[in-house]
Design a binder for this molecule. Structure first.
Ligand code: SF4
Length: 198
């Protein structure tokens, strides 16, 4: 357990990637040698949160470590009254990039893994963080940015999806925290509404 601003943060259990994807070489990121991070949290959750790519997961000594992205995500969720253990968190790119890479080609290549997760898990609600996720999920849409998309519900693969700022943007610009928490509160309401109907 770690803390940020006096609040407890947790390292959520990781979900192992399916056997068939563990050695994926579909894009150039496999050459950067970071392992695949399939997702974490509750794998059965009906709420799927989508970040752009995994950050650092272990410190220099190899101990599990909570990166700033996940810390701020959890801070926002707590402020919004959400249970951090109840959700599933995954990534657009399943490997952590450590050097420059071809972003459009890599995002397009890795999207099939996210689609597989959606097919297998059938979540009721999706929620994306940051412009990279917005642009990758809505490539046909001009101005698919958080600024354009937040505050409304959209559809991806037939599922409702909302967007908010990337947690790192919130860390850099603390004035965004208020909007971040507002968006997460709207997400909580939507999720509760969907769950009550199911
Ligand atoms: S980032 Fe995604 S597509 Fe690229 S090698 Fe890793 S799992 Fe495969």
């Amino acid at each position: 357990m770690t803390t940020e601003m006096g609040h407890p943060c947790v390292i959520l259990p990781e979900e192992q990637a399916p056997e068939s994807t563990q050695h994926c070489e579909r894009c150039e990121l496999f050459k950067q040698r970071n392992r695949i991070i399939w997702g974490e949290g509750n794998p059965e959750s009906s709420l799927m949160l989508i970040l752009d790519n995994p950050g650092a997961r272990e410190d220099r000594e190899g101990n599990p470590f909570l990166c700033g992205t996940r810390e701020t995500l959890q801070l926002g969720m707590r402020e919004a009254g959400m249970d951090t253990h109840a959700v599933y968190v995954t990534y657009l790119l399943k490997r952590r990039p450590i050097r420059a890479y071809n972003k459009p080609a890599t995002r397009a290549a890795c999207l099939s893994h996210l689609q597989l997760q959606l097919l297998q898990k059938q979540p009721s609600v999706l929620f994306g963080f940051g412009n990279a996720v917005a642009a990758a999920l809505f490539p046909q849409q001009e101005n698919a940015t958080v600024k354009e998309l937040r505050g409304n519900w959209h559809k991806f693969g037939g599922m409702p999806i909302g967007f908010t700022y990337h947690p790192l943007a919130v860390r850099r610009r603390p004035n965004l925290l208020r909007f971040f928490v507002e968006d997460l509160k709207a997400l909580k309401e939507k999720w509760e509404e969907k769950t009550a109907r199911e």
